[in-house]
Design a protein around this ligand. Structure first.
Ligand code: NAD
Length: 245
């Protein structure tokens, strides 16, 4: 039976790991992100492994592009069973170091992008009476983190938007959950200096970063856990147990 997963941010890091994992497990996969060259690379990797995939360049903060993305996936396969919304950005800085442009960009991509993509996909899922949504938030949206003011605000918003949507739509057959990773080895954290990385690792109860595939496995679990909705699964090496970092 056909199963379709839409993975935003599917050309890099956690989203790429999710796309490859869902394809390996029999899903037809649609990957969406801004950079087409990277999307084409991941698309080819999935095809080489025998998977079915389409790649669609999309800016998740632009409603017309999001609506076109979802329409294109529905045109292709007629259904979306799973959404993993992983597209996101991170800028460091306290509130005093965050100018309005950086604030707007972070909220537009991380929070408004989650709203737009979830809204567009939910319409079809509610109509078909089934579906699973996994929004990739962050442990920094659960406890807050130093020097990441706009990012924390955006990811805290993603966690509560997820819970609110779960309350509104779980009786319509759709589960909606947030996945909150701690530090993960992806291009996003490659910007950290080796000293910063060592410091973060030393402060974590499990003193290493997660791999993207570990996070993808958790996303796969959440997408196949029929009694989980409105939950926030923290996968953070123990970071939020005591606010280590
Ligand atoms: P990444 O930089 O490898 O991937 C981010 C993806 O988002 C890329 O595919 C990029 O193209 C896409 N993207 C960014 N802005 C976009 C936009 N406007 N429209 C469409 N796509 C856009 O980083 P990652 O670590 O894989 O991050 C994935 C998600 O996981 C993000 O939401 C991030 O906040 C979250 N996260 C990451 C970590 C970490 O330590 N890496 C920890 C917690 C949460």
């Amino acid at each position: 039976m056909l199963k379709v997963a839409l993975i935003t941010g599917g050309n890099s890091g956690i989203g790429k790991a999710c796309a490859c994992l869902f394809a390996q497990r029999g899903y037809a996969v649609a990957i969406a992100a801004r950079r087409m060259e990277l999307l084409d690379k991941v698309k080819q990797e999935i095809i080489d492994e025998g998977g079915e995939v389409v790649a669609i360049a999309t800016d998740v903060s632009v409603k017309t592009e999001v609506d076109q993305l979802v329409a294109a996936v529905l045109d292709q396969w007629g259904q979306i069973d799973v959404l993993v919304h992983s597209a996101g950005i991170a800028h460091s800085g306290s509130v005093l170091e965050t100018d309005e442009k950086l604030w707007d960009e972070t909220i537009d991509i991380n929070l408004k992008g989650t709203f737009l993509v979830n809204q567009a996909v939910l319409k079809g899922m509610v109509k078909q009476g089934r579906g699973a949504i996994v929004n990739v938030a962050s442990d920094a949206g659960v406890t807050g983190a130093r020097n990441l003011a706009a990012y924390c605000a955006s990811k805290g918003g993603v966690v509560l938007l997820t819970k609110a949507m779960a309350l509104d739509h779980s009786k319509q057959g759709v589960t909606i959950n947030a996945l909150c990773p701690g530090p993960v080895e992806t291009p996003l954290t490659e910007a950290l200096s080796p000293q910063e990385m060592d410091l973060w690792k030393s402060m974590l109860p499990i003193p290493r970063f997660a791999s993207a595939i570990e996070v993808a496995e958790a996303a796969y679990f959440l997408a196949h856990a029929p009694y989980a909705t409105g939950s926030c699964l923290v996968l953070d090496g123990g970071n939020t147990a005591g606010g280590a970092i």
